[in-house]
Design a protein around this ligand. Sequence first.
Ligand SMILES: [Fe+2]
Length: 328
Amino acid sequence: MALENYSVDEMVEVSIKEFVSGLAMPVDVYLQMAPDKYILIAQKGDQSQLQGLTVVKSNSVKTVFIRRDDFKSFSESAVNIVAAVAGSDKFQMSHKAKFLKAATNAVFTELHQFGPKAATIDMAKSVANSTLQMIAPNTTITNILKSLQQEHILNQSIAVSAFSLMIANKLGWQSSVTLEKLSMGALLAEVGLKEIPPELILKPRSEMDHDEIRIYEEHPYRGLKLLETAGTLPDDVKSVVYEHHENAIGFGYPRKLRDIRMNPLAKVVALSTQFCELIIPGPWQPSPMTPIDAATYIKDIMGQPYNKEAFKALCKLIEEDFKNIQAS
Ligand SMILES: [Fe+2]
């Protein structure tokens, strides 16, 4: 096997755990042998298991490298796996949990590109993973998650969940039950989009007519109703789903609640939802902003309509943990 030369900027380090056993490699996989020197250990399409390779076992390898150009398809493949597996009876519960975890890991790896401190993102990742473990045995919810795969909604929801947890961390919230409800509410917030025509989901709000806006803005209520069929979920989780597009000044939807009437967890998720719409690339956001630019946009262009403490915590998060991100 020949050594290949790549600069550090051309490669992304990923945990070996992010590769799901038994599935073909989604991208070429490398080991780093020296700075700028890499060796190809598995090719895209290979059925081999990374954990079973001699070179991996004998060196106790924990992380491998993939080309940065392949990273997007790597992330998307993990998310697609979740959707394919979540509703399949061929897989045991433990497998469902594993696949959901792989999707979360992929999105969190992507979030590393924003440069948050390792401790902050590790906390969010740990809570998100335990939330997924709780969700995985519920077939109705995993089926709903499958529907969220469309139009990148699942990626977006995992990112909203991650930023909600990081904001909560800056607010000083420590109860694991609260954090798990926050994470679960954020993850499930968009389930109502399952019932909205896909072409409407992709359409910019500024181009929608009155009826289209009315239909689109029904998705929090539709989500609430869907989850009511999914068994027992905490009331806080359902409130987050219902209120994730409300804001503190009563200009949100569907109920135009003001801050005092909003669920405390929904106040965080509503801000995180708006923030992630600005920074995460997707069909509705071809030109994502940096975190700093997004916070400035929320403050100066939108007039900061969200809960004041939550917004302060977001600014603290960006200031303290994303300091290597410069405004453009
Ligand atoms: Fe939404």
